[in-house]
Design a protein around this ligand. Sequence first.
Ligand SMILES: [Zn+2]
Length: 129
Amino acid sequence: MTSPVQAGPSLSGGGPTPSLTEHELHVLNLIALGHTHEQIAQQLFMTPKGVTPTVNRALRKLGANNAPHAVFLAVQAGLLDPRRRHGDHAGFAAHRYRGEEPCEACWEGERAYRRERRAARRAAKSAAA
Ligand SMILES: [Zn+2]
């Protein structure tokens, strides 16, 4: 160890792009957004216990040591866009804009959004009447 600055393993990337499932990426994206395992479980309709194996699978595929490292590597590999939101109307619209089928979390957020809009319209109508 002569070099004073040692980059950690796999920080430079350059290997083949790991193939993560849509689900694994989604979990990583929620981790990147600061969600706890419990919140992730709620959003993706899983049990909190089910989140851990998914995270571990993603870590293995990415060669990451922990979740933040996995997020970093996934962003670096272009697999993850931390600026992209999921789970609400904007996320739903972004999927549609890209010609994708919206993910479960975004569908759920969109349904809630539409319910709210309907309720607001009804409230406005009854206020006018
Ligand atoms: Zn989504």
